[in-house]
Write a protein that binds this ligand. Structure first.
Ligand SMILES: [Zn+2]
Length: 196
């Protein structure tokens, strides 16, 4: 089932998400629905707060990047087969010199900006069976994980921009939160769902 993606401006996107236990209700179904939602919107990652749940769960499938002509052959090859569900993730280490990459977000359609992040991460997480893993990633895969991880920390990529850039996109962000935007996937807008 495709779930509506929460748009910029909703308070759930600013909340630090909570850990979950193995008995979290209908977790398998939730994960399945999140994959369907992500694929339906042609995203490479989706975090639970983006579908309205403040829990530490996100998924990544970088396959769409394998078609990206701007990337190197090696990068594209690596992107082809990276699909993973991260539960209760904690980034343990981030290192290296920050590099810029043009990021976008399903909750902030039509806004793309260069974001600086460190290239290497070490992350601890649990998989769908609640087995704990500690893994290291770099490059574009690390980048996608860092973006999704920020979501469960209540951080959006727009928070990481300079105050000058923030001012430039302010109007666009206001329009998104009001639903004044054309999109080809299902979204939920804060201004419209507000109860009187
Ligand atoms: Zn995002």
């Amino acid at each position: 089932m495709i779930l509506p993606i929460v748009a910029y401006g909703d308070a759930v996107l600013k909340k630090k998400a909570k850990e979950i236990e193995k008995d979290y209700p209908k977790l398998d179904e939730l994960i399945e629905n999140m994959y369907e939602t992500m694929y339906g919107a042609y995203g490479v990652g989706l975090a639970a707060p983006q579908i309205g749940l403040p829990i530490r769960l996100f998924l990544v499938d970088t396959e769409p990047f394998s078609e990206d002509e701007d990337l190197s052959e090696a990068d594209r090859e690596q992107m082809k087969n990276f699909k993973k569900t991260f539960i209760n993730a904690q980034i343990l280490e981030e290192e290296g010199d920050e590099w810029a990459f043009n990021e976008g977000c399903l909750s902030i359609p039509d806004v793309r900006e260069d974001v600086f992040r460190k290239p290497k991460i070490k992350i601890q997480y649990q998989d769908e069976n609640f087995e704990t893993h500690v893994e290291e990633y770099d490059g574009l895969i690390a980048r996608v994980i860092q973006h999704e991880y920020d979501h469960i920390e209540g951080i959006l990529f727009t928070d990481k921009l300079s105050s000058f850039k923030k001012r430039l996109i302010k109007g666009k962000l206001t329009n998104i939160s009001k639903g004044k935007i054309k999109i080809d996937y299902k979204m939920r807008f804060p201004a419209m769902s507000r109860k009187r």
